[in-house]
Design a protein around this ligand. Structure first.
Ligand code: ADP
Ligand code: ZN
Ligand code: ZN
Length: 747
């Protein structure tokens, strides 16, 4: 932002966030004429930008610009009578802009539902049409032989006020309606959507059948005693310990004060479940926001949230940007989940933004998890969050025991030891259900020639191709490339091609032939392409007949499967030795989440981790069922290694069709950083530039420069300067760069 330059124009200036990749705001003159005087910051405006018209958001009205009068253009139109964002939300969005080093216009564009980004009205369902003047008869006559127009005019006269949708439903085209509008015969009014009335709090608390246990009561009381202002809580409780019950009691208290609750969950798959549970409990309107909605549905839900009509808003990551008329509480369920971090474009963490939003809106934030992230545990340790623990399962269900099944150097049958197969047989024999977890989809991760050692690799990525059996193919899980399965080795023409390793499809095939009478249900990205399909699968599991559920990560989240009595984790060893610094944390979280699926309700569960590294300390502490102990151990290791949360990371990535182009670009950035006053950034360490662990993807070489600092402020300051440098330096063609603050992984 050119703040140091001299003011060369004095007068009213609209400062706006324009959806463009430039990291700056733009100055405009007020519109020549506008029915809306004095728009507030947070209002959408239309601006001329180059030879286009764009929808932008007004950030500020100031009294001068560094540009001269001739270079300033007026705003073309003001779109909203009321600002879309409160001052608090504007501060949150601006904070995100600077913290994540992302162009301000793109941040605002990400935050808005797409309908509003294109300049459409905020109230999509409430445009009401009536006749401009009565009576209708002379107007009908004046329309002469335009039969359709006459019919529509009559329809509107009879039914006014009517919406666009009603006209269309009655069989009139948009064209005919436009003709009448053009002839100035109609008026349009933005009447309130009948659903837009603010919800009324329930006069009395509902009766609850459940009595909170003592841990729940303590957690509940701690939170409600602080509802009046900003505070953060980490609700740390094993799966089934009644966290959701605590959220709901707190929400009840918030709703009774007439305030709204925002609840974030990791997956769309979980929103219908949570939605159903809330709708059952609460009588106020509950809306959900996730990527499965149409633009109109999304805009409507957004509107109900913003107007204060919805008491409860449930959504996935991007719902953190939804404005609330009367914010009262933010809940982040499964706060450890990686999906709260957006991994491309505007790379924000919805969990971390929730804290900032809580601070700006002065409300409580509750983060819940059975396996809290190390970041949140650390925040609890240093007193930034209040740590609330629910250490037993609510109701009668027992916590499943975790058993380490040491398979040493045993030969395995398609990945299963004899002991594990025996256990599976036993549980099925007792009429129960079994879950087999493996975090790899497809048939097998490697296809190789036995004669010459050739391995099938993706030509566009530095990665092996995964063998799929349904349908038979070789697929790249990184660029989604699909190739036919070769009949012979392309290198030596040998016919002995073998697969190594296992994926869900291979396990499904094996278990189906091993237990021909038992249905084997596979849950992964390939088998469940739609929400409906997933629901059908889960309905079968809930029906309770014996079955084997084989699946990936998709199984590890939030679902309750009361009849599953055995959960087996096949590939824990992959996580133990992962190159990713969060590998062990993620593995432990997955194991505990999978374990949480078993042994709900009246069936005590058994959880088995099959491993060749039974003595590994991580597995041992997990087997003791002690995530806290495990996490403390990892936190110590992270401290020793100076990794998050004990240090802060940022990754500058560059990619190009040629490796050296990307490397050279980052070398320039590194050089520039070295040239900047070294003292000011003394604590910041650089690693790189280096090729990314996954060096080539979809035909592009990927490189990275890692920045690490014990202090956020120094890192932020340096990043701002480096972004400015990268934006203004001469960039090689086809090079793309991006900044990732607090990266999830370094792959
Ligand atoms: P979590 O969110 O921690 O997984 P839930 O809130 O979903 O746990 O609770 C798990 C199960 O226990 C639910 O069926 C819930 O109705 C029940 N439950 C929760 N709290 C209690 C309680 N105090 N007494 C009896 N049952 C409870
Ligand atoms: Zn070969
Ligand atoms: Zn590929």
């Amino acid at each position: 932002m050119p703040t140091s330059e001299a003011i060369s124009y004095h007068g009213v200036i609209y400062r706006v966030a324009v959806p463009s990749p430039l990291r700056r705001v733009f100055d405009y003159l007020p519109p020549a004429t506008s029915p809306i005087a004095n728009p507030a910051p947070g209002t959408r405006v239309v601006i001329p930008f180059g030879n286009r018209k764009l929808v932008a958001v007004l950030l500020d009205i100031t009294s001068g610009s560094t540009l001269s009068r001739e270079r300033l253009k007026p705003v073309a139109a003001i779109l909203d009578e009321q600002a879309l964002y409160s001052d608090a939300m504007l501060r949150v969005l601006l904070w995100a802009t600077s913290y994540y080093q992302h162009p301000v216009g793109e941040v605002f564009a990400t935050a808005l539902p797409s309908r509003l980004r294109t300049g459409k009205s905020t109230t999509p369902l409430s445009r009401q049409l009536s006749l401009r003047a009565a009576p209708v008869e002379p107007q009908l006559q004046a329309l002469g032989r335009a039969r359709q127009q006459r019919a529509l005019l009559q329809f509107i006269a009879d039914n006014a006020p009517v919406s666009n949708e009603q006209c269309r439903a009655a069989g009139f085209s948009q064209r005919v309606l436009q003709d009448l509008l053009d002839k100035n015969l109609l008026t349009e009014q933005l009447a309130a959507d009948p659903a837009l009335k603010r919800f009324t709090p329930l006069p009395v608390a509902q009766d609850f059948e459940l009595t909170l246990n003592k841990h729940q009561t303590a957690a509940y009381s701690a939170i409600v005693s602080r509802l009046e202002s900003f505070a953060c809580f980490l609700l740390d409780g094993v799966t089934g310990s009644g966290k959701t019950e605590v959220y709901m009691r707190v929400m009840q208290a918030v709703l009774q004060q007439g305030c709204q609750c925002l609840v974030l969950v990791p997956e769309i798959g979980l929103t219908p479940q949570t939605l159903a549970r809330f709708e059952q409990r609460f009588s106020c309107p509950v809306v959900s926001l996730h990527s499965g909605l149409t633009d109109t549905e999304r805009a409507r839900a957004w509107n109900l949230a913003r107007s204060g009509a919805a008491g409860i808003v449930i959504g996935t990551r991007s719902a953190i940007f939804v404005p609330l008329a009367r914010p009262g509480l933010i809940v982040i369920d499964e706060e450890h989940d990686a999906s709260f971090k957006q991994q491309e474009g505007f790379r924000y963490s919805a969990r971390d933004l929730a804290i900032i939003r809580g601070r700006e809106e002065n409300i409580c934030v509750v983060l819940g998890s059975a396996t809290p992230s190390l970041e949140s545990l650390q925040n609890a340790n240093i007193g930034k969050f209040t740590h609330l623990q629910l250490s037993e399962r609510a109701g009668t269900a027992e916590v499943a025991e975790i058993e380490i099944l040491d398979v040493g150097s045993q030969l395995l049958t398609e990945g299963f030891s004899e002991m594990l197969l025996f256990k599976i047989g036993k549980h099925l024999g007792q009429g129960n259900q079994v879950l087999v977890f493996i975090n790899r989809r497809g048939f097998a991760p490697v296809l190789s020639c036995q004669s010459c050692g050739w391995i099938a690799e993706c030509a566009s990525c530095v990665a092996q191709l995964t063998v799929h059996s349904k349908p038979p193919s070789l697929r790249c899980h990184h660029c989604d490339g699909v190739h036919p399965l070769p009949a012979h080795c392309p290198q030596c023409q040998g016919k002995q091609l073998t697969t190594y390793g296992m994926g869900t499809q291979k396990i499904e095939t094996f278990l189906s032939s091993r237990y021909p009478d038992i249905p084997v249900l596979r849950v992964d990205r390939d088998s469940v392409r739609s929400k409906v399909k997933l629901q059908q699968l889960f309905d079968r599991v809930h029906a309770g007949e014996p079955c084997i559920l084989v699946g990936t990560q998709m199984l590890a989240k939030g679902h309750h499967f009361p009849k599953i009595s055995l959960a087996a984790i096949l590939d824990a060893d992959v996580g133990l030795f992962s190159a990713d610094f969060r590998g062990q944390e993620h593995m432990a979280q997955t194991i505990i989440q999978v374990a949480g699926r078993a042994g709900r309700a009246e069936h005590p569960g058994e959880v088995v981790i099959q491993t060749r590294h039974a003595a590994h300390s991580t597995l041992q502490s997990l087997a003791r069922g002690n995530y806290a102990e495990f996490a403390a151990q990892l936190l110590t290791e992270r401290k020793r290694a100076m990794m998050p949360p004990h240090a802060h990371l940022a990754l500058i990535r560059a990619e190009a069709p040629e490796l050296m182009v990307a490397i050279k670009f980052l070398q320039g950035v590194r050089q520039h950083a070295d040239n900047l006053c070294a003292d000011a950034f003394a604590g910041v360490m650089f690693i790189g530039p280096l090729p990314a662990p996954m060096e080539k993807r979809a035909g592009r070489y990927r490189t990275q420069l890692l920045l690490r600092s014990p202090q956020r402020a120094a890192l932020q300051d340096l990043l701002t300067r480096l972004c400015h440098f990268m934006e203004n330096c001469k960039q090689p063609a086809k090079l793309r760069w991006s900044v990732d603050v607090d990266p999830q992984d370094l792959i």
